[in-house]
Design a protein around this ligand. Structure first.
Ligand code: 2AL
Length: 174
């Protein structure tokens, strides 16, 4: 849809359409609906980013805790959201061998024990090797640095999900 269609949505339709651009956190888009009309896709992205940044650290960590592990319980059970399923599969998380699955589980468990939220990376911008490398490298970060890094990844995931629904700005001008 184009940005004028986005701006014409009722808040119910807006939340129905965009409610999962931040994984399992529809409150975020419900909160920015009153900022319409959005000038373009970038404006919509900026409003979401500003809302996230305005949250206290506990709120940011709450967003992080709404994300499923990569190659974790939800993937195994088939209970991932449609978006997460597609993203994780595309990054090879659904086709790990037993050794890789065990390694992901062990690293994810250690990461969650250390930080109190799951390891988050924009799967669509990475492959299996990059994800494992990042999970290892980022596990050494401070709480503050890692929370900020994870929020940046949430925004990348959000922006890609938005592009699946809203035509990028340039197409509106053609
Ligand atoms: N823990 C995660 O990073 N999860 C995810 N990243 C994505 O890009 N999709 C997910 O489900």
């Amino acid at each position: 849809m184009d940005i004028s269609t986005v701006n014409s949505l009722s808040y119910e339709d807006f939340v129905d359409t965009f409610g999962n651009v931040v994984e399992r956190s529809p409150l975020i888009v419900a909160a920015i609906w009153p900022y319409r009309p959005f000038a373009n896709l970038s404006d919509l992205e900026a409003r979401i980013s500003e809302l996230i940044d305005s949250l206290p650290e506990s709120g940011k960590e709450g967003i992080l805790r709404c994300h499923p592990d990569l190659a974790g319980r939800d993937l195994q059970r088939g209970t991932l959201t449609r978006e997460s399923q597609e993203e994780q599969s595309q990054a090879g998380m659904a086709s790990l061998n037993p050794e890789e699955t065990t390694r992901m589980y062990r690293l994810n468990t250690e990461y969650k024990r250390r930080f109190g939220f799951p390891f988050i990376i924009c799967a669509k911008m990475n492959n299996k090797a990059a994800i494992l490398r990042q999970l290892t490298e980022r596990s050494g970060n401070s709480q503050t640095k890692e929370r900020a890094h994870a929020i940046d990844e949430v925004k990348k995931i959000c922006n890609l999900r938005l592009r699946n629904v809203v035509l990028p700005d340039i197409q509106n001008k053609l």
